[in-house]
Write a protein that binds this ligand. Structure first.
Ligand SMILES: O=C(O)CCC(=O)C(=O)O
Length: 257
């Protein structure tokens, strides 16, 4: 599908360290969402560079009694590895977000939604037990997709249309009382990549309700398929490698290519 570039596309790449467009919305007494439209400038260029420069993988995940392909592609970067972030601006964003929110973001998960059929189901994110209230920051590039939040277990949802450099941050007790989704759509939409920053996650992220740490058994049980043979098992030029750790519900496993 043709991807509509942003009307306000700019070649200058950078983030708004002043968070000048920040709008904080309290979902309840303890949970908030920060929304900063076009926080990242030059988002269209960032989208293209990530699309073409990163090794995209399809995770296979347990779904009830079956193993299915996750309906989106994924890549993962972690601060404890040997390689720098795949793009300088991702490092800049990590530093600025860490400073602003007072936590050390240490992983970047990239999610590539190819079209309206790609999605992620309702879920909450959980990190290691020592991180009680994780802050999750998501920068979106490419076309806008609805990002929905609802109280855990169901209820009316709140929607943000995220793309073209928008930043959304979930904070406070959001990952306890609220769940989020990128739903499938019935009408066509161009591709979107979400750049997700998490802290306290290295080597210990677990899925919701998992209550277990990733094990070697998990490593063996779960396959992760490269997008094509050329990229299978290769480390990407930008340093995003094939080792990933899931944080989705029911996907309490570490996966590797
Ligand atoms: O793509 C997004 O904006 C949401 C990603 C997400 O919720 C996740 O990967 O856990």
């Amino acid at each position: 599908m043709y991807r509509q570039p942003s009307l306000f596309a700019t070649d200058e790449v950078g983030v708004d360290a002043a968070f000048s467009s920040l709008d904080r919305r309290w979902l309840d007494a303890d949970s908030y969402v920060d929304y900063c439209p076009t926080w990242l400038s030059g988002a269209d260029g960032v989208f293209e560079q990530l699309l073409n420069g990163v090794t995209w993988l399809t995770r296979q995940v347990p779904m009830y009694d079956r193993i299915v392909d996750e309906p989106r592609l994924h890549s993962w970067w972690r601060a404890s590895g040997a390689t720098p972030e795949p793009l300088l601006v991702l490092a800049e964003a990590r530093a600025v977000l860490s400073e602003h929110y007072g936590v050390a973001f240490d992983t970047i998960g990239l999610n590539y939604y190819r079209d309206q059929h790609d999605s992620v189901a309702w879920h909450r994110d959980r990190h290691q037990r020592s991180v009680r209230n994780p802050i999750v920051a998501i920068v979106s590039v490419g076309d806008r997709r609805p990002f929905r939040l609802r109280p855990h277990g169901g209820g009316a949802s709140i929607v943000y249309q995220l793309g073209h450099g928008d930043l959304l941050v979930m904070g406070g007790a959001c990952q306890h009382g609220w769940e989020h989704t990128i739903p499938k759509l019935t009408t066509g939409v161009g591709p979107r990549i979400s750049i997700t920053y998490r802290h306290g996650t290295v080597d210990d992220a677990v899925g919701e309700g998992a209550g277990v740490r990733p094990t070697m058994n998990c490593l063996r049980r779960t396959r992760c398929l490269a997008l094509n043979d050329a990229t299978r098992g290769a480390s990407s030029p930008g340093g995003i490698g094939p080792l990933m750790l899931s944080h989705r519900p029911g996907i309490d496993v570490r996966v590797s290519a």
